[in-house]
Design a protein around this ligand. Structure first.
Ligand SMILES: [Zn+2]
Length: 281
């Protein structure tokens, strides 16, 4: 999709069932058509999509949230999994072509794809030439959680592979509220879901787009707040979400969602009942 000078693609890893213990399982495509009526989904699990974002502008390739990382490790059991590397290949890009990786936060369903384990069992960055961008508060918080037993599905941290990348100075830790690595690409701290959660806003003249991370994970969450058990600071989440959606509406921005099952993007508008709706961009 073209938005101003930006070319934006969603790199879908598919649809997953998220279990109460935090594990993921891929949903067979044959079950997808009947997802809404599937009696087994929604009872003990939730169904989510995983859609990392690829942004291209003036020769720079930017990835936002590189996904689950399935199939990246040599020796992985998920040989045929669609992952960030197989999906870049569709656009004729190799991991070496990525200049920036912006991480909204470090929950493993967003961040696990940053590294891989090579055949000689060495951790290496999946994107060898990329600068990884993360908010300092997110790293500090993740470190404080490593010895805690996190019971929230999907809210776990897997940091082991990250220490090496940090030691090799591949990370840029953001300590301000807004960081602009590339002209018109803004990583904006929202907190709420996690203390250092960031969203990404793209702006080119009158055109803008928002990738809301887990602040608004699906189109359903535009009008509903159901993150009570998942957000670290629900009040801060609500505050950031309300302000950002108001701004995005004013800008008639295109919204991109990481976890949607059905509508993964659309131009933000409101119906006569003042409910947020998505129009074809
Ligand atoms: Zn999360």
């Amino acid at each position: 999709m073209k938005i101003g000078e930006f070319t934006i693609e969603q790199l879908s890893e598919g649809f997953f069932e998220l279990f109460e213990d935090g594990t993921f399982q891929k949903i067979e495509s044959s079950r997808l058509d009947n997802l809404k009526d599937d009696p087994n989904i929604g009872k003990f699990t939730s169904a989510i999509g995983i859609d990392p974002l690829l942004i291209q502008k003036s020769g720079k390739n930017i990835l936002v949230d590189p996904g689950l990382g399935w199939g990246l490790d040599s020796g992985s059991q998920y040989k045929k999994a669609s992952n960030v590397v197989t999906n870049l290949d569709i656009f004729d890009l190799s991991p070496r072509d990525i200049h920036y990786v912006i991480l909204t936060h470090l929950h493993f369903d967003h961040a696990a794809g940053i590294s891989r384990v090579s055949e000689d069992l060495k951790t290496e960055p999946t994107f060898p030439n990329a600068e990884y961008i993360l908010h300092q508060d997110e790293w500090d918080y993740a470190l404080s959680q490593i010895n805690r037993d996190i019971k929230i599905p999907g809210a776990g941290y897997k940091l082991d592979e990250m220490y090496k990348l940090i030691a090799e100075e591949r990370f840029t830790f953001v300590d301000q509220e807004i960081y602009e690595p590339v002209d018109g690409v803004f990583a904006i701290k929202t907190g709420g879901h996690t203390p250092g959660h960031m969203i990404v806003k793209l702006k080119d003249g009158d055109n803008s787009a928002y990738f809301m991370g887990d602040l608004v994970p699906t189109e359903y969450h535009l009008n509903h707040y159901s993150m009570r058990n998942i957000d670290i600071d629900p009040l801060q989440s609500k505050k950031s979400k309300t302000l950002l959606l108001k701004q995005a509406l004013k800008e008639k921005a295109v919204m991109f969602f990481y976890h949607s099952l059905f509508k993964k993007s659309g131009k933000l508008s409101r119906d006569p009942q003042k409910k947020y709706i998505l129009l074809k961009p």
